[in-house]
Design a protein around this ligand. Structure first.
Ligand SMILES: N[C@@H](CCC(=O)N[C@@H](CS)C(=O)NCC(=O)O)C(=O)O
Length: 210
């Protein structure tokens, strides 16, 4: 097995944090997304037709893309400690929060990144500032929702740290560090959660350097 990855990128970081939580190690191959290596004809043809990373190359030479799918695959091979829930209800709650965090947090942050960042202006065909602005509002509302939800429990899916927290942490840091999107100081439950998940040793895995 081999993981195609790039240090500091938020989606690959999910897999690195997951591996650290599990105490697993995998060989890596760095793909420089700034140099568009993931968009080379060879990468698109042989590794991932959508061009995104991370991608896991399996021992039979086939490829598995999508960060959460990669972690689910690894979870089936290494069930302990469980990061996708134990009981059917826990598993459903983890899935619910992974999807909510992807759809209502990562997607709008990604839209701000694509349409509002000077760092992507060079590669995006047409930046539409109004799209960035609208999605800044979506992210602000998501911060409030997440804060309200975390008022009642320690982690997104319940009492246990899960894949949902990994998606939440990596998106939160992408929002803050690369897009300047931070929750207002008054959202104390979200702040408490972020401090707790950032304090775990796994949070350093795959994070931005320097
Ligand atoms: N939904 C995919 C997203 C993959 C993705 O967009 N990865 C980014 C890095 S965070 C990437 O490869 N960007 C460069 C590009 O698409 O050219 C996942 O969860 O793995």
């Amino acid at each position: 097995m081999k993981l195609y990855t790039y240090p500091g990128a938020p989606n690959p970081r999910r897999v690195h944090v997951y591996l650290a939580e599990k105490g697993l190690e995998l060989p890596f191959q760095h793909v420089d997304i700034l140099k568009r290596e993931n968009r080379s004809p060879e990468f698109l043809e042989k590794v991932n037709p959508l061009g995104g990373i991370p991608v896991l190359e399996l021992d039979d030479g086939s490829h598995l893309a999508e960060s959460v799918a990669i972690c689910r695959y690894l979870e089936a091979l290494h069930p302990a400690p469980p990061l996708f829930g134990r009981t059917p209800a826990e598993q459903g709650r983890v899935e619910m929060w992974v999807r909510r965090l992807e759809l209502y947090f990562m997607v709008p942050v990604g839209m701000v990144w694509i349409h509002g960042s000077p760092l992507t202006a060079r590669v995006v065909k047409q930046q539409i500032p109004a799209v960035a602005e609208q999605n800044r509002g979506v992210v602000a509302r998501t911060f409030e929702l997440l804060d309200r939800e975390l008022a009642g429990r320690e982690f997104f899916a319940g009492d246990d740290y899960s894949m949902a927290d990994i998606v939440g942490l990596t998106t939160f840091d992408f929002a803050a560090d690369l897009n300047g999107l931070r929750p207002p100081a008054g959202l104390s439950h979200l702040g408490r959660w972020h401090a707790a998940v950032s304090g775990r040793p796994s949070a350093r895995a795959g994070a931005r350097r320097g």
